[in-house]
Write a protein that binds this ligand. Structure first.
Ligand SMILES: Cc1cc2nc3c(=O)[nH]c(=O)nc-3n(C[C@H](O)[C@H](O)[C@H](O)COP(=O)(O)OP(=O)(O)OC[C@H]3O[C@@H](n4cnc5c(N)ncnc54)[C@H](O)[C@@H]3O)c2cc1C
Length: 380
């Protein structure tokens, strides 16, 4: 077997990091290793994911039919405050973060995926890069791809304090429930639809996604909802402190939401949301993510390359977070095509990758801010 053209350490083993690992290994033959901070099972931070062409393209390349990992919708429904519905046809495919994660990780294989590996340091060494992890492990590779998300440690190490994430002024309360655990009448109203409700300072949407084991058949799917709510920054300390006393930063898990906070949100839902959504919140175990912004960042730092949310975020209303990361990964593989570690480093091609992806990100980020502003979401 021919030796690998180069080696790559991928930091961050969520869907963006997995996409990069597959693109570099399958298309270029690179020797890859993925380093993920989480020690145990990964939490499904993204919940529902709207299927986009970049994700579809990678699934196709690894021989997975998109339909097998998606729930099909047929229409969009706008709810009014009193529960009336305005319906329009809108066929769409929806998947879930854990469905995608499992599909990509199965394809990649467990051998090159190392958990409990938190990046703590980066340094350039001759013709390569050295990555150090909290458990003392060191990796020496030709390139490092940082897909470690919105609070990227790699970005911090490479760019310093100025590259921090900023709170947008609103949070996403979420729910992800097995459809058979909800009242059947409620599921009937929501199935096969993208249902939404907008009121100044809040927005809620709901659609069904595959079940926890990936099943897409009626009866085995999950109901996924997101309720964006303006929340002053001063409130975050209280809301993001769990029953256990843990102060969460980017994700408040369902099993640790303080009872008082859950009660408040249920009351607010009953008072301000139309009936099916109020009922849905009441029947769900809430979890939460503050919506954070990272402005587009420089991506190429010698042999360390930022991608996905680490390189800049888009608001979730664009439904583009996952597809943006997959697009970064696919075009990174294009930029590194035909490169071997014994050849000059393709800095010019990587600069073009950076410029092109940065421009794409800026356009989507602006679109997301405009979509949020239309619902009165975020700081003014
Ligand atoms: C409220 C909300 C709703 C969203 N909804 C959608 C949606 O509907 N559709 C969509 O496409 N996208 C959505 N997104 C965006 C989506 O979650 C991300 O854009 C997408 O998962 C790609 O992210 P990523 O792989 O770059 O980073 P992430 O998914 O954040 O993964 C980063 C990984 O790096 C790991 N990590 C972090 N630090 C270290 C370290 N020091 N060392 C090693 N590993 C580390 C983390 O544990 C994590 O696994 C949403 C985001 C938010 C906040």
């Amino acid at each position: 077997m021919a030796s690998a053209p180069f080696s790559a350490a991928i930091v961050g083993g969520s869907v963006g990091g997995l996409a990069a690992a597959i693109e570099l290994r399958d298309r270029l033959g690179a020797e890859i290793a993925v380093y993920e901070r989480s020690a145990g099972e990964m939490q499904a931070r993204g919940a529902g994911v709207v299927m986009q062409p970049e994700v579809d393209a990678l699934l196709d390349r690894i021989g997975v039919s998109t339909r097998t990992v998606c729930v099909a919708l047929r229409e969009r429904v706008m709810l009014t405050r009193d529960g009336r519905m305005q319906t329009s046809p809108a066929p769409q495919l929806m998947t879930a973060w854990d469905t995608l994660y499992r599909t990509l990780k199965t394809h990649l294989g467990a051998d090159c995926y190392r958990q409990n590996s938190r990046l703590t340091d980066l340094s350039e060494v001759s013709d390569g890069i050295k990555a150090t992890f909290a458990d003392g492990h060191c990796a020496f590779t030709d390139i490092l791809v940082a897909a470690d998300g919105v609070n990227s440690a790699a970005r911090h190490l490479l760019s310093g304090e100025e590259a921090r994430a900023h709170y947008s002024g609103y949070v996403a309360w979420r729910g992800l429930e097995d459809e058979d655990s909800l009242p059947p009448g409620l599921v009937d109203v929501l199935a096969e639809r993208f249902t939404s409700f907008v009121d100044p300072g809040m927005q809620m949407l709901c659609y069904l996604v595959p079940g926890a084991e990936g099943a897409t058949e009626p009866g085995q799917r999950r109901v996924n909802w997101v309720w964006y709510v303006n929340t002053p920054e001063e409130e975050l300390e209280r809301v993001l402190t769990g029953t256990s006393g843990t102060r969460y930063r980017s994700f408040l898990p369902a099993d640790d939401v303080a009872a008082g906070v859950a009660h408040e949100m249920n009351e607010r839902a009953a008072l301000t949301l139309p009936p099916p959504f109020g009922d849905l919140v009441a029947a769900s175990r809430l979890f939460m993510q503050p919506v954070q912004d990272v402005a587009p960042q420089p991506r190429v730092h010698g042999r360390a390359l930022l991608m996905g949310d680490a390189a800049g975020t888009v608001r979730p209303h664009t439904a583009a977070g996952t597809s943006k990361a997959f697009g970064d990964a696919a075009l990174l593989a294009e930029a590194l095509k035909d490169w071997r570690s014994d050849k000059p480093f393709p800095a010019d091609r990587l600069e073009r990758w950076e410029a092109f992806r940065m421009q794409d990100l800026q356009v989507t980020a602006r679109r997301g801010e405009a979509l949020a502003a239309r619902s009165g979401l975020g700081r003014r």
